[in-house]
Ligand binder design. Structure first.
Ligand SMILES: C[S@@+](CC[C@H](N)C(=O)[O-])C[C@H]1O[C@@H](n2cnc3c(N)ncnc32)[C@H](O)[C@@H]1O
Length: 397
């Protein structure tokens, strides 16, 4: 297997140390520490241990001494590296295990074996960057078996299954802090996992890292920090109003009124309290924050709208005769601003080893094909959009 094929099959995009530190600090800020009790911490896809190391460094010393870390990883060379890195501070009670995290939950009939083989005690913290593997790369049979076993519907990606399995390992009121694709927030295929998260968790913070390029995976990442709600209190989730969102995207509009604030890194932007434009080196980013709004139906995306954006959308809706979605089906989820997503009309001329799989190339109808009050169907372009992880020249034409 080539390393790219291997990466696609196992979803192994490792977390950069700064992102691991940022996630760990956000998790630690949410935990109610009780100095005398043992903290149990799990990374179910720990790779070479980056997240466990970062969390250990973020924990107060007196808590770290009493903590038990469990790292699970399917790949033997990664787990060996994790052992080397974590050996320095892990006590005997800490465990790094080479195993398939999901298999331990699935019985022969594809039923989830609730805690039959799971870590002996539920954990206080789950930290993870679970593998992102698309349904296509999982294979139809495995995808169907996993979605049945974990009670998900529709086209599922592997990270969604991990979210369900990780939740089963977490204590009531435990904290989960994960890095995932941001696609589940808004896509149709994310409906099932949105429903699951909304029913089980109080979302503390959802950070859409947009096109910040903090991460080399072809998908755009998001961070979810959430508290697992005990079953008896879940009815309260219906009236939730306090889930904070943070959104950061490169700002390309050239009509900026205000001068951007200069900061050292994207992480410094994320720590800022006020919305606005920030300059990191030569790149300008827009930070938007607000309260996440959950639709009544899980098939609707979660909305990350600032107060002024909401006002603007309400105004448009009240004045419009109809919306595009009343006429045609709109698919949300394509982010052409990511470096590794390309739009071009000459895909056939790209060497085969650098061309995305056919199923990843989709016709695209965009603002170039539409005019005011009508679509210019007579000049619908031959453009196709595709994702490539081999770094093609980004000459969109
Ligand atoms: C996105 S990487 C994250 C690694 C590490 N936690 C980090 O953040 O740098 C996902 C890891 O999950 C591992 N993995 C994939 N499928 C797995 C499974 N079924 N059980 C356990 N680990 C798995 C991959 O080998 C890879 O190391």
């Amino acid at each position: 297997m080539s390393s790219i094929t291997q990466q696609k099959a196992t979803g192994s995009h490792y977390t950069p140390p700064e992102l691991a530190r940022f996630l760990s600090e956000r998790i630690v800020a949410q935990v109610d520490f009780c100095p005398l009790s043992k903290m149990r911490i799990l990374d179910p896809a720990c790779g070479d241990g980056e997240l466990l190391v970062a969390l250990a460094e973020a924990l107060p010393n007196n808590i770290l001494r009493n903590s038990i870390f469990t790292g699970i990883e399917i790949d033997s060379s990664s787990i060996e590296k994790a052992e080397e890195r974590l050996g320095a501070f892990l006590s005997k009670s800490n465990r790094l295990k080479k195993m398939d995290f999901l298999e331990r939950y699935i019985g022969l009939e594809g039923q989830v074996g609730l805690f039959a083989n799971s870590p002996s005690k539920p954990v206080d913290i789950v930290i993870a960057n679970p593998p992102y593997v698309r349904t296509q790369n999982l294979g139809a049979h495995k995808a169907q078996m996993l979605s049945r076993a974990f009670g998900l519907k529709g086209r599922i990606d592997l990270y969604q299954v991990f979210v369900v399995a990780m939740t089963q390992c977490l204590k009531d009121n435990g904290i989960i802090g994960i890095i995932t694709s941001n696609r589940f927030i808004s896509t149709r295929s994310g409906a099932s996992i949105r429903k699951f998260i909304a029913e089980q968790y109080e979302i503390v913070e959802l950070i859409d890292l947009g096109d910040t390029k903090l991460f080399e995976a072809a998908v755009l990442p998001a961070i979810l920090i959430a508290r697992k709600v005990p079953e008896a209190s879940r009815f309260l989730l219906k009236s939730r109003t306090q889930s904070r969102f943070v959104r950061i995207y490169e700002s390309r509009t050239r009509t900026h009124l205000a001068k951007p604030t200069k900061v050292d890194s994207v992480y410094d932007v994320l720590k800022r309290k006020s919305d606005g434009e920030y300059l990191v080196s030569t790149t300008r980013f827009r930070l938007s924050t607000g309260v996440l709004s959950f639709a009544n139906s899980s098939s609707e995306p979660w909305q990350m709208l600032t107060a002024s954006e909401k006002k603007w959308i309400d105004k448009i809706n009240s004045a419009a005769k109809c919306r595009i979605s009343d006429l045609v089906k709109v698919r949300v989820g394509i982010k052409t601003t990511a470096d590794l997503v390309f739009i071009r009309s000459d895909w056939n001329d790209v060497p085969e080893d650098r061309r995305p799989e056919r199923c990843l190339l989709r016709p695209i109808f965009s603002h170039d094909d539409a005019g005011r009050w009508r679509s210019c169907t007579e000049r619908t372009s031959l453009k196709k959009i595709g994702i490539s992880i081999t770094g093609l020249n980004s000459s969109a034409n």
